[in-house]
Design a protein. Structure first.
Length: 202
């Protein structure tokens, strides 16, 4: 829930043009979805039901939309020499916020889409996982009944953004390969453009 709260409030700290519409609109909808999920499942928001799964999918879709919009606008601002280009401090701050948005948003994408979602994973064994964590490939390293939780997907998202490739967790499903590829490409564009601009300023 902490990660969800962080990603919901991030747009308020970004330049207003990075938001798809009024800066309050997407966070307001996301907050409503979070409240609905908490009411429907007061625990860890991982109960297996079609209604809760639908709420989580809507929440994740909004996160992905917001992250894509922020990356696109920051990239466009740098390429066309916008106002942030002339203010290195603001550019770096915006890049850090957008990078954080990417990491958390994609963590939620993996968490929700992998193996039928957290509700399904909590109640069913997954013999053929979409994402192969080290505990899957080397079960002797994990306690009996181990299954990934949100922090595992957050770590996957962070390392995929920094290394631009899988590290300890391998995508097995086609959708996972596609999503991880998109995330790596977005991170490369973001980091590459910001570093290039910083070198240019220096």
């Amino acid at each position: 829930m902490v990660a969800a709260a962080i990603v919901v409030i991030l747009p308020f700290f970004m330049p207003e043009k990075f938001a798809p519409g009024p800066v309050w609109l997407v966070p307001a909808i996301q907050s409503g979805l979070l409240v609905a999920m908490l009411v429907a499942d007061p625990g860890r928001i991982d109960r297996h039901s079609a209604r809760i799964h639908g709420l989580r999918l809507a929440f994740v879709a909004l996160l992905a939309l917001g992250a894509a919009f922020a990356v696109g606008n920051l990239t466009a601002d740098i390429l066309r020499g916008g106002e942030l280009v002339n203010e290195p401090g603001k550019l770096l701050w915006a890049a850090v916020l957008v990078f954080t948005d990417i990491v958390i948003a994609f963590a939620f994408v993996y968490w929700e889409l992998a193996d039928g979602g957290p509700g399904f994973r909590a109640n069913h064994p997954v013999p053929h996982p979409d994402l192969a964590f080290p505990q899957h490939t080397s079960p002797e390293l994990a306690p009996p009944g181990w299954r990934p939780v949100f922090v595992d997907y957050l770590y996957l998202s962070l390392t995929n953004s920094i290394a631009f490739s899988p590290t300890d967790t391998m995508p097995l499903a086609r959708w996972a390969k596609l999503v991880m590829g998109i995330q790596s490409a977005a991170a490369i564009v973001l980091i590459g453009l910001v570093v290039a601009q910083a070198v240019n300023v220096l």
